[in-house]
Design a protein around this ligand. Sequence first.
Ligand code: GTR
Length: 411
Amino acid sequence: MRNTLRLIAVALLLSLPFAVSAQPANPYELPDPLRMEDGRIVRTKRQWIKERRPELMEMLRSQMFGREPGQAPDLHFTVLEESPDAFGGLATRKQVKVSFDKDENYYLILLMYVPNDRKGPVPAFLGANFKGNHATTTDPAVLMPTPEKLATYAPGYVVEDRNTNGHRWEYEYILKHGYAVATFCYNDVDPDFHDGFHNGVHQLMDGDKPRNGESWATISAWAWGLSRCLDFLEAQKEIDARKVAVIGHSRLGKTSLWAGATDQRFALVISNDSGCSGAAIARRKFGETLDVINKNFPHWFCTNYTAYNGREEKMPWDQHELIAMIAPRPVYVASASEDSWADPVGEYFSLVGAASVYNLFGYEGITDRTVPEIEHPVVVGRMGHHIRRGEHNVRLYDWQQYVSFADRFLK
Ligand code: GTR
């Protein structure tokens, strides 16, 4: 009998529309994004743009992501391959070496598809990938990473087979909806392991300059790489560079948020399962916490960020203010129901916490304090949200929501 009752209780718990929301998180109070550090309340767009936004950007730079450098010393682009017959003639494929220095010691390889059925420049999605361009697709013409590049990746790095991450990049779906799409392997910009910042673009941009607590780290390097790709897209006549959505999953979702904050040319920003130090509210201390992320990934953030390990409530900001940095541009935050490590509830509440900034610009925002049910996407004003059923990943369902959200603003 006792066991039966226990089973019923478990079954009831599992059948809750969104079980993770029932789990306890740390009680918290969020800083008001519209309150200046000196206590004044921001009442106008102008005050936000001239005073509060710069104040928050300074906080995020000096305390979290580090100070990103300016332009690369010699940015230039070399088309390595181009063909109009990708996916049976649906798209033109371009593979481009985006070089950061004159000698081309530092570069990334950008893979871009542009729909052939177009009348004039098209909007685009841009995002970094984890496993190499070749792993995002079945397209046999996509270049494999060169041995020269592979030598810079983490020791023991294993080259993936083609298409192992294809489900995360629904190229044909995106192209058929009239968007171009471009991606590069994040390791090209800065290999994802801690080597004291000797490799990747840090070496190029900093040389032997001594590092300090505010020095930029790896997530800001990836975001910087996204901006260099946007420089390339700006030079393409087939792309409408005023309509580029930046997208990223997980650590690359943290990156897309930071890219959207630092580079206001990005017209729309998408965070897919970005979790801790992305969209999730830090003060909830639910799932991954600062202590854990800074220990496991000491190269992602600037070292000042470790001062908040276990002391999230002492942060002078919280992650809703990273979302607010995107205002008034459209922002989409997505979660997955089984991804409690990324705290889907906390990801949702950063939208709610940023809504007042969107209101200041005359746009509605997401303000409902009830977390939406699984696969009930919500779009209010310039904010979008959904929780996909399933695991930490990017799936067709996610892309369907992103494309329909982008259709409202980029078409
Ligand atoms: C995890 C990390 C998360 C997230 C994820 C990913 O190990 O704890 O913050 O970034 O990796 O990028 O897949």
